[in-house]
Design a protein around this ligand. Structure first.
Ligand code: MN
Length: 410
């Protein structure tokens, strides 16, 4: 059945109450950026609805915890909703974990274009253009005791394009079987499309990364529905603060000066590859050699961080170096195991424990005083196989770093 083409914006997990974090120290000049990041990203969601001339905006839960934001959260949203209201763009909002419908402060009036789905039962709205129904939006706010129940959602008997809005996890196959044209999901902070054919289930993720682990671009989604009802998704970037991990490999022969130049060039390049955002970069240094050893144990990592921060971290836009960590190499050069030296002896001993998984490592003898019976023994036994391998690999690398006797190069 042919349809009017239309488009809408789908966003979720705005979490206005949650500023980015997860780092030891936010410098003075970036504090406002952190405090405002969730709001700035949310504002870009509303701006996207305006610039795309969207027919409507769908919010799939966890927009704000109004207890935690205080009045700033609701007042900000009323202002943004009003901007859309002036352009005749309705908002359909299903509550998630932190924003059940009754959490909205009673004293703050929502503009008329905002429709909040109730919890506990499905409600539906029909969007019309020139008296023709172009979309039917069915939704529910999350209830505490259960996630999404796909069977709650029924496609339109007359065949109008049906959009289901809900927050929480759901089995993709169960959703697929319902015949709903588009599942507008929320709850996963990472952007994800569960399926794309013939129908679509999509979660746009949070518009702003909150920690060094949430790297990469964050966005809301513009959903284009053609007259043939094919669905195309485009991401509209929303994060003004971007988390990024940059890997740099050093060779045995790399000097400090060479590494400094490499870091400097990479930091400068990030300004171009990630335009329009302040970048929080975590450096991972891979490789082996004296310089890598020095990075793992000396002050060098701290000194390099300070230089990077001074040269690139001030902005705007800032490329702020969050951390600089040298990773132990995954595999060691087999030749050093054959050395006739203290290091060789040490490595062969470590390898013996690595290959004989059954052989217990006696760590108790290294304790300063006899351990209280039982209390620490389970931890000392390193019973977990992968933990044991990791400890032995780190011990081998530490041995190489400290026993190889190579002078670090200037
Ligand atoms: Mn959430």
């Amino acid at each position: 059945m042919p349809n009017w083409p239309f488009r809408f914006v789908h966003a979720g997990d705005l979490h206005l109450e949650m500023p980015p974090g997860g780092i030891d120290h936010v410098p003075e000049h970036l504090r406002l950026l952190f405090v405002d990041a969730a709001y700035a990203a949310a504002e870009r969601v509303f701006a996207t609805a305006l610039t795309e001339e969207a027919d409507f905006l769908v919010l799939a839960g966890d927009v704000l915890d109004s207890q935690q934001t205080g009045p700033r959260g609701p007042l900000f949203l009323v202002e943004q909703f009003s901007r859309l209201d002036q352009r005749g763009i309705p908002v359909y909002w299903a509550g998630g974990k932190v924003d059940p419908p009754d959490a909205w402060p009673a004293t703050i009036r929502l503009p008329d274009n905002v429709h909040i789905f109730p919890s506990g039962r499905i409600e539906e709205f029909v969007v019309r253009r020139e008296a023709t129904a172009i979309a039917r939006i069915i939704g529910i706010s999350r209830s505490e005791n259960h996630g999404i129940r796909p069977s709650d959602f029924v496609p339109d008997p007359a065949g109008v394009f049906s959009i289901a809005v809900a927050h929480g996890s759901a089995d993709a196959d169960a959703l697929r079987g319902r015949g709903i044209h588009y599942w507008a999901l929320g709850g996963n902070h990472r952007r994800q499309t569960l399926f794309h054919s013939p129908h679509v289930a999509h979660c746009p993720g949070t518009p702003q990364g909150r920690s060094p682990r949430e790297t990469g671009s964050h966005a809301c989604t513009v959903v284009h529905v053609s007259d043939q009802r094919s669905v195309r998704l485009t991401a509209a970037s929303t994060d003004g603060l971007r988390w990024h991990t940059e890997q740099v490999t050093v060779e045995d022969s790399t000097t400090r000066t060479q590494l400094e130049r490499m870091l400097d060039q990479r930091a400068a390049a990030l300004k171009d590859t990630i335009p329009g955002a302040d970048v929080m970069v975590s450096w991972r240094i891979l490789g082996s050699g004296a310089l890598a050893a020095q990075l793992r144990h000396g002050n060098l990592a701290v000194e390099l961080l300070e230089t990077l921060r001074k040269r690139h971290g001030l902005g705007p836009p800032a490329v702020w170096s969050v951390a600089l960590v040298a990773e132990p190499p995954a595999a060691l050069d087999p030749e050093i195991y054959e050395q006739d030296s203290i290091l060789g002896d040490f490595l062969r001993e470590a390898r013996r424990y690595q290959t004989n998984a059954g052989e217990e490592i006696d760590l108790e003898g290294y304790l300063p005083a006899p351990s209280p019976a039982g209390a620490m023994l389970p931890a000392l036994a390193i019973s977990d196989r992968s933990a044991r391998q990791r400890v032995l690999r780190e011990a081998a690398v530490l041995g190489i770093d400290l026993l190889s006797g190579e002078e670090p190069q200037p």
